[in-house]
Design a binder for this molecule. Structure first.
Ligand code: ATP
Length: 364
């Protein structure tokens, strides 16, 4: 029997609703899988912690994660605190501090979801976006001088290192090679950004030599937005810098049907540190406390967590249950146009898993 030590960080807004729902799904995994268990520890960090202590998490907080197998995260953000404070104080601190350099976001149209592209069949949109997660445009390099004067100057410097670019490209090529279509699109902007992005392209060409079975191409980020809409089936695995992939993955989530569905994995591929799993949506304060947040993005993130932990069968079990639930429009939350609550969707996913465990033949 394996017991996985999982850190739960609900954070802010609807994170406090979807992370407990995710915990219930993982508890159901432990119930139906005889050889896997979870030991949860919850960390009450985020905006409320900031109001009491002046920081989003304790300075030595990362130490507590190092003995965990994985982290399930909700969201960080509060209307009363500037976004750059909440983002840098919690989520980015964890991603950078635990060297989770690969941010991986699958996008797929799940059964029963009415996605906005009318000419796109479900099988046409099956992407994984790999986002560089520790440097680039969000490296934090820059500063402000003459603050408040008319002469004020601010810089925001994108930093791409050869080591940082090579490791993310290599991760993306390896991931592409593991998928049936073995296809990778490298997103760039080397026509206008003639230093760092040119190096980005050169390194892609170098890394590609080690992956002769991967068919890869290069696309400018602006053209990429149109291609995602007009020719979704031409894409499979995608790799991009921190900023580019941030934007493209929100577009991907919208094209797949809703922000409430998409999952994210922040991976430390060498497994020196735990990886972190979270829905792609934010704190959504407009619907907080109403019990209508869509928990599917968190459940799918739990699937990615189980895959990362090597629990492939458990991951498939949860994904099957998710797809059976999304296929039923009465079990859709309001963001998908349905009447269901967070609790009802969670109950339904857990019930599907229990039913499938009792009659394995019908679950196959
Ligand atoms: P943040 O500033 O933390 O990113 P935000 O509210 O600006 O948060 P999101 O939380 O990403 O941005 O979501 C934008 C809108 O999409 C929300 O206002 C909400 O109405 C809707 N939404 C997002 N996630 C969900 C969800 N899980 N369930 C239902 N609606 C959602």
């Amino acid at each position: 029997m394996k017991t996985y030590r999982i850190a739960l960080v609900p954070g802010d807004g609807i994170g406090k609703e979807v992370v407990p729902a995710g915990r219930r799904v993982l508890e159901t995994v432990a119930e139906v899988e005889s050889d896997c268990a979870f030991a949860f520890e919850e960390f009450p960090w985020g905006a409320d912690f900031y109001r009491r202590h002046g920081v989003m998490m304790p300075d030595d907080g990362l130490e507590a994660f190092k003995a965990k197998h994985a982290i399930l995260f909700g969201s960080a953000g509060d209307p009363a605190i500037p976004d750059h404070v909440t983002l840098w104080g919690l989520r980015l601190k964890i991603c950078q501090g635990l060297d989770q350099y690969a941010n991986v976001r699958p996008a797929r149209i799940l059964p029963g979801i009415d996605a906005p592209l009318k000419r796109c069949r479900a099988e046409d949109l099956d992407w994984i976006i790999v986002r560089e997660n520790t440097e680039g445009e969000y490296s934090g390099a820059g500063g402000r001088v003459h603050t408040g004067f008319p002469t004020e100057v601010a810089t925001e410097v994108a930093i791409l290192t050869r080591a940082g670019v090579e490791r993310i490209q290599r991760y993306a090529f390896r991931l592409a090679a593991s998928r049936p279509r073995k296809r990778l699109t490298v997103v760039t902007k080397s026509n206008a950004q003639r230093h760092a992005m040119v190096m980005w392209d050169e390194i892609a060409r170098e890394v590609a030599r080690d992956f002769p079975d991967v068919a890869w191409d290069k696309e400018m980020v602006d053209a990429m937005t149109a291609r995602m809409v007009n020719r979704p089936a031409s894409l499979d695995t995608i790799v991009a810098t921190n900023l580019h992939a941030d934007i493209l993955s929100d577009l991907a989530a919208a094209l797949a049907g809703s922000l409430g569905i998409g999952p994210t994995a922040n991976i430390n591929p060498e497994r020196v540190y735990p990886s972190m799993f979270e829905p792609i949506h934010g704190s959504a304060f407009d619907i907080m406390g109403k019990g209508i947040a869509n928990p599917i993005g968190t459940f799918w993130s739990a699937v990615l967590m189980l895959e990362h932990l090597g629990e492939a069968e458990a991951a498939r079990r949860v994904m099957r249950a998710i797809e059976q639930v999304t296929a039923n429009p009465r079990l859709h939350t309001r963001d998908l146009g349905g009447p269901a609550t967070t609790g009802e969707v969670t109950d339904a996913v857990c019930a599907q898993m229990r039913a499938a465990a009792k009659s394995p033949l019908t679950a196959a």
